[in-house]
Design a protein around this ligand. Structure first.
Ligand code: FES
Length: 139
């Protein structure tokens, strides 16, 4: 009889309390990701809160690679219904990141798996590097 294969634990890295993001607003995070060579790699993301749900994306517009926020933590269009790139106004669905209007229509934002665990917004399945590299921050 063979033992069940061991599964790697699911990584969950807390980035902030859910209450630090206002409802129907976004917030940018400058994080560090573990690179394949063991080094560190910048990981610039944003998270949008919609009630108790959160959606995460890499903060990079598919049009030119620019950050989406035209002002600090401004990710939504004036109507508050879609994500908007401040550079040329591309509009994206909040839930899917798909561009529905603008110069990159049909393309999409790169999703970042996020979840609320114990009241904290956590990045899931990405090996992160803590600020002090001591491993703190893991949920
Ligand atoms: S850089 Fe985002 S629409 Fe042009």
């Amino acid at each position: 009889m063979s033992a069940a294969p061991e599964q790697a634990p699911i990584l969950a890295y807390a980035i902030c309390p859910l209450d630090d993001i206002s409802n129907r607003r976004g917030r940018a995070f400058q994080l560090l990701q573990r690179a394949p060579d063991g080094g560190q790699k910048a990981f610039s993301i944003f998270v949008v809160r919609w009630g108790s749900q959160v959606f995460g994306y890499v903060n990079r517009c598919p049009h030119t690679g620019a950050n989406l926020d035209w002002e600090r933590n401004q990710f939504l269009d004036p109507g508050g219904q879609r994500l908007m790139c401040g550079k040329h106004g591309a509009l994206f669905e909040i839930g899917t990141g798909r561009c529905v209007e603008g110069p990159c229509a049909g393309q999409g934002l790169e999703p970042v798996p996020v979840a609320v665990i114990g009241g904290d917004v956590c990045v899931i399945g990405v090996e992160m590097v803590a600020d002090d590299d001591s491993g703190t921050g893991a949920a």
